[in-house]
Design a protein around this ligand. Structure first.
Ligand SMILES: [Zn+2]
Length: 176
């Protein structure tokens, strides 16, 4: 019994460690998108509707522009209602969930394994983006807290979980 439990805990530990070792290798999730397609000051901008602060970035593109998986991973869920409209979440490297919202179309299916760059839908303005120009709301949520990132801003403790996708994308685009 004890051996079995130790084995289970060790196994779980290996899975967690493996997730952290898996390199993120992020890419721009909107086909043809570049650093000019989102406002670099809108992460954590306030006031921001019912969310209070903006916990992601909005990458603007023409209606129907292909939406690509920014990382490999597994599709956790697909939603068609609510503020995000057509949206879904992918659990990717480092135990981070990548959230894509306001999509025109979604082809991703819950439980599907996806690879980086795979097309999973298209950019739109569904949900509470209805009267705004089409854009991808993109957020990266860490399941493990980054305590060093929390600060005194509005909802600043949530910065442990909501990472800035714009900062990461800029690093990737600069290396191009
Ligand atoms: Zn947004």
């Amino acid at each position: 019994m004890i051996k079995w439990l130790v084995g289970l805990i060790a196994g779980a530990g290996l899975v967690v460690a493996g997730g952290f070792l898996w390199p993120q290798n992020l890419m721009m999730p909107v086909r043809g998108g570049d650093a000019n397609d989102w406002n670099h000051k809108t992460f954590w901008y306030e006031p921001w509707g019912k969310s209070g602060v903006h916990k992601g970035i909005d990458i603007f593109a023409r209606q129907g522009t292909p939406l690509l998986a920014a990382t490999s991973g597994i599709v956790l869920y697909v939603n068609t209602t609510g503020r995000g409209g057509n949206s879904f979440g992918i659990l990717g490297p480092k135990w981070r969930v990548h959230y894509y919202a306001h999509l025109k179309t979604v082809t991703a299916k819950a439980g599907q394994l996806v690879r980086r760059g795979q097309q999973l839908g298209s950019v739109g303005n569904t949900g509470n983006a209805k009267n705004r120009p089409p854009h991808l709301h993109y957020a990266i949520i860490s399941l493990f807290p980054h305590r060093d990132l929390k600060d005194d801003s509005t909802q600043g403790w949530k910065k442990q979980y909501y990472l800035d996708p714009g900062k990461m994308l800029l690093e990737v685009l600069r290396k191009k």
